[in-house]
Design a protein around this ligand. Structure first.
Ligand code: SAH
Length: 349
């Protein structure tokens, strides 16, 4: 398979270019592209192409496939979690979330993660490799096919890159995925319905600002000062808060888009009233929004969420300072819906 091309990671124009170079009619590219998004796993299924053409395609390209999947359904809500086995036997996870505005998928962008955040299960199992654009797409593809069995009208409307991995550490593949998923002939997901979450790779935030893609950028902040953030998130030693906040402000200036900050509250670590005031100072006076999330306890840490009372106190302090903050609903709590937990369990078996 080494010299075959991963066709699901290509744009129709690129497929066309290869076909034309091979002396095949270029318009076939559009037909092939739509087949890929109708869930074709082989060129054999592309029945409006001649047998001869299908054989030639098979000699040029391969179609990236999942080896299998396990599905967990929450009994508390409509959340479904998928543990996928990739073609080389690696595992990634995705989550399907149901909201009033439609279905949203949370996708993985890497097998594992290098970032080393203290509270995160995805990084504990180590980093294996980047995902190809086709492998990010296949998570959506599989979920769509799975749900369509019960609901023929099922359609994913929102995509969040908040699964396993640091999306901006797999920059080229992630940007390609986002442009592919946006294509009308493919999933047709509008950029405004896409969120990308990063731990704060400042150089890449500037690159992203120049892509001219009106997606929502979400920054995992989780601390209100450098000392705490560096202790929780090693990335902060490379890109400390003043640099990160400047990049965030520049991002909103360049794109006109509001930035969303994730703040995971961990009892006794980052959730004091002083922390709330520090956070308010960072957020005051520019285009942003804060999502507060009680920490999801994982097996390898003793981090615990704080009390409801403390949470209310936080919201009160932030509101008093005019900072927009909301409490994130936790979904799928009974199925380890926080990413990285299933892969971790699987590897431990
Ligand atoms: N690498 C990216 C995206 C993946 S993590 C990022 O850092 O943003 C998705 C979100 O879950 C991030 O905000 C991450 O900090 C958060 N997260 C990780 N472990 C968590 C835990 N145990 N409890 C609550 N949130 C967690």
């Amino acid at each position: 398979m080494e010299n075959l091309i991963d066709i699901k990671s290509l744009f129709p124009e690129e497929i066309k270019e290869i076909l034309v170079r091979e002396g095949i009619e270029g318009y076939r590219a559009g037909q092939i592209f739509s087949w890929l998004y109708k869930g074709a796993d082989s060129f054999e299924e592309m029945t409006n192409l001649s047998k001869e053409l299908r054989a030639r395609l098979g000699a040029l390209f391969y179609i990236e496939k999942m080896r299998g999947a396990e599905r967990l359904s929450s009994r508390l809500d409509e959340t479904k979690k998928y543990l996928f086995t990739l073609s080389d036997g690696e595992y990634v996870e995705s989550v399907l979330l149901s909201y009033k505005h439609g279905y949203s998928v949370c996708l993985s962008t890497q097998v594992g993660c290098k970032m080393g955040c203290a509270f995160c299960a995805s990084t504990k199992a180590g980093f294996s490799r980047h995902l190809k654009p086709s492998e990010i797409l296949n998570q959506m593809d599989w979920i769509t096919r799975d749900r369509k069995k019960e609901d023929p009208d099922f359609r994913i409307s929102h995509v969040v890159l908040m699964g396993i991995g640091e999306p901006l550490d797999n920059y080229e593949n992630v940007i390609r995925f986002l442009r592919l998923v946006n294509r009308k002939e493919g999933f047709g997901i509008g950029f405004r319905n896409v969120s990308l979450s990063t731990c704060g790779l400042v150089d890449r935030i500037y690159d992203l600002a120049k892509e001219d893609m009106p997606i929502t950028l979400s920054i995992s902040l989780h601390a209100s000062n450098d000392a705490t953030r560096s202790a929780l998130m090693p990335v902060n030693r490379k890109y400390p808060l003043p640099q990160l906040m400047q990049a965030a402000k520049d991002y909103t200036k360049i794109t006109g888009r509001r930035i969303s900050f994730e703040y995971t509250l961990i009892a006794g670590v980052n959730d004091s009233a002083q922390n709330a005031k520090e956070l308010a100072m960072l957020m005051k006076g520019w285009l942003n929004h804060v999502n507060l999330i009680p920490v999801n306890p994982t097996r390898e840490t003793d981090f615990r969420p704080g009390s409801k009372k403390n949470l209310q106190e936080w919201i009160r302090i932030l509101e008093k300072e005019g900072v927009r903050a909301t409490l994130r609903r936790t979904l799928g709590a009974d199925i380890s819906a926080a990413c990285g937990q299933l892969r971790r369990e699987k590897l431990a078996e």
